[in-house]
Design a protein around this ligand. Structure first.
Ligand code: NAD
Length: 247
């Protein structure tokens, strides 16, 4: 538990920050009932995510991969944003510059009302034609057919970034720009091992941003943070960013 002085200093920084960036990972949605990849609930039929969320798995067995996504979409469809998502959405009104960079594909930040979200790993409600590359939202739960097809006849895939795939360079550019310009960076609910997002905090650090990590556990990013707060983001975020009582 940080000392009172440290917490007072943090409150001051929170009040005075002008440009804030929040990086979020699966942990922020855990309290909405969405399993993280690395917790034991993240397993599906004994497969690890790294065995299913890859272009090779999809090439070999698209049906298996789609069944897994159908399972995940079923869980996510029932989920509602928690106090962590809602607090982040409110920050958009409070700070002159505010951006979220999320690794999550569940769409819960937008459902909470956030608009300034860079969904760096895509969105699992969007699909992409493997032949034409066109994307659109397909929100049936459960899917009407496993391995859905495009009107051109080609197979559709979830429009998410799989292990071993590159991120959209335009989204990376935008994220870098925000990270280099922010003066407060929040790193929330990410294990800090999936690249390139795991190296994003170092960009903010180089530009002199103050970094606060919120997580249940210590991660490879903890040593880079100025302050590491251990606990649930759904409890910590609303307690820290209590804008009404601060104003
Ligand atoms: P991860 O599963 O590797 O790690 C989750 C982290 O969240 C852990 O460090 C854990 O300690 C922490 N955590 C768990 N509950 C928390 C809580 N209530 N409050 C604060 N922290 C909490 O997740 P990752 O780092 O995001 O990387 C995994 C990849 O999996 C990402 O690429 C992401 O796209 C994908 N993913 C997304 C979702 C989603 O969209 N909701 C869910 C699972 C995985």
């Amino acid at each position: 538990m940080p000392s009172l002085n440290i917490l007072r200093d943090l409150k001051e920084r929170i009040r005075n920050a002008k440009h804030v960036v929040a990086i979020t990972g699966a942990g922020i949605s855990a309290e909405s009932g969405i399993p993280t990849f690395r917790g034991k609930d993240g397993l599906w039929k004994q497969y690890r995510a790294e065995e299913l969320a890859t272009p090779w798995a999809f090439e070999k067995n698209p049906e298996l991969v789609w069944k897994w996504y159908d399972w995940r979409r079923g869980i996510i469809a029932k989920a509602t944003p928690n106090a962590g998502h809602v607090t982040l959405a409110r920050m958009e009104d409070f700070y002159p510059e505010f951006t979220q960079i999320t690794q999550n594909v569940d769409g819960l930040h937008r459902k909470a009302g956030s608009q300034k979200v860079i969904e760096i790993h895509g969105n699992l409600w969007r699909v992409r034609c493997v032949r034409e590359g066109k994307t659109f939202y397909l929100e049936d739960v459960p899917l009407r057919e496993i391995s859905p097809r495009c009107s051109c006849g080609a197979i559709l895939r979830p429009d998410v970034v799989w292990f071993g795939e590159s991120l959209d360079p335009e989204l990376i550019r935008k994220a870098h720009e925000e990270l280099a310009a922010c003066n407060l960076l929040l790193v929330i609910g990410t294990s800090g091992i999936v690249q390139p997002v795991a190296s994003f905090p170092a960009i903010a650090r180089q530009s002199g941003a103050y970094i606060v990590e919120i997580n249940l556990e210590t991660t490879p990013l903890t040593s880079l943070a100025d302050l590491s707060l251990k606990g649930k983001s759904g409890d910590i975020l609303p307690a820290l960013f209590d804008f009404q009582s601060d104003s």
